[in-house]
Ligand binder design. Structure first.
Ligand code: ZN
Length: 96
């Protein structure tokens, strides 16, 4: 169901995951293990499509959950892209 594509901004492989609201969010691949925490520094899209806070782990630990890190966190081209407000939206050619 999830389609892997390459980010047009930075060239990284990303995947679009559906959120509970029905939107598609570009996320890093592969998926990550994380510990949910209300005051966590990381933002994670969990396997139910909910955006949660927590701590991304290097390795799976007890109680770790599988999720995806939203790509805009790591994308090098994201900041530039969002500042550009004069560019008209074109959903045919832009992933974002
Ligand atoms: Zn990117």
């Amino acid at each position: 169901m999830n389609k892997a594509v390459y980010c047009q901004k930075c060239g990284m492989m990303i995947v679009f995951n559906r959120t509970v609201k029905g939107a598609y969010m570009p996320c890093d691949t592969p998926s990550v293990w994380y510990t949910p925490a209300q005051n966590g520094k990381d933002t994670i899209l969990n396997d139910r499509g909910e955006i949660v806070k927590g701590y991304i782990l290097k390795d799976k630990t007890d109680g770790a959950q599988l999720g995806y890190r939203p790509h805009f966190v790591s994308c090098k081209g994201w900041e530039k892209q969002t500042k550009k407000t004069t560019q008209p939206e074109n959903e045919q050619t832009s992933l974002f």
